[in-house]
Write a protein that binds this ligand. Sequence first.
Ligand code: AR6
Length: 169
Amino acid sequence: MITITLVQGDITRQSVDAIVNAANSSLLGGGGVDGAIHRRGGPAILEECRALRASHYGKGLPTGQAVATTAGELDARWVIHTVGPVFAASEDRSDLLASCYREALRVADELGASSVAFPAVSTGVYRWPMRDAARIAVETVRSTDTAVEEVRFVLFDEQAYALFAAQLR
Ligand code: AR6
């Protein structure tokens, strides 16, 4: 059985097997969680991202997919990069957001990771409403068949933490 835990704080400070990054399809870094992970993890992560682009993702990592690299200097073995959808009121992209969690867990299974930390994918620069993102994140993790034992949602602020906590109750 999977255990879901919640932490309010900085995902780059977590000690887990794999840390999930809310990346963009270029895999070349950005702001938010992505910037923080590359800053604290050091250049080895970007180096592997560049190599992955060259070998597999010349057109970019598609939205909803996930791929792993080293975690560099982070206290983890891997970073799993996933690309969330940009929120759009005019179109339901929930399946793509759910896919980020499913695919990240699939990659975690391939790696043999037993603990995985997730940020609230798409809820920053990509503007997904936190309450809805929390529902999709929790429902998807609960309904995914995985060997991962602990999923830790790491929420940056109190409000995000409260909305995830409400989903878990
Ligand atoms: N630890 C945990 N959560 C964090 C941290 C942190 N260190 N920093 C921010 N958050 P975002 P997105 C929260 O924008 O919406 C990047 O430029 C933040 O408060 O990081 O998927 C990428 O390169 C928010 O709730 O990711 C892409 O271009 C959540 O993490 C784009 O942003 C996600 O915010 C991806 O946008």
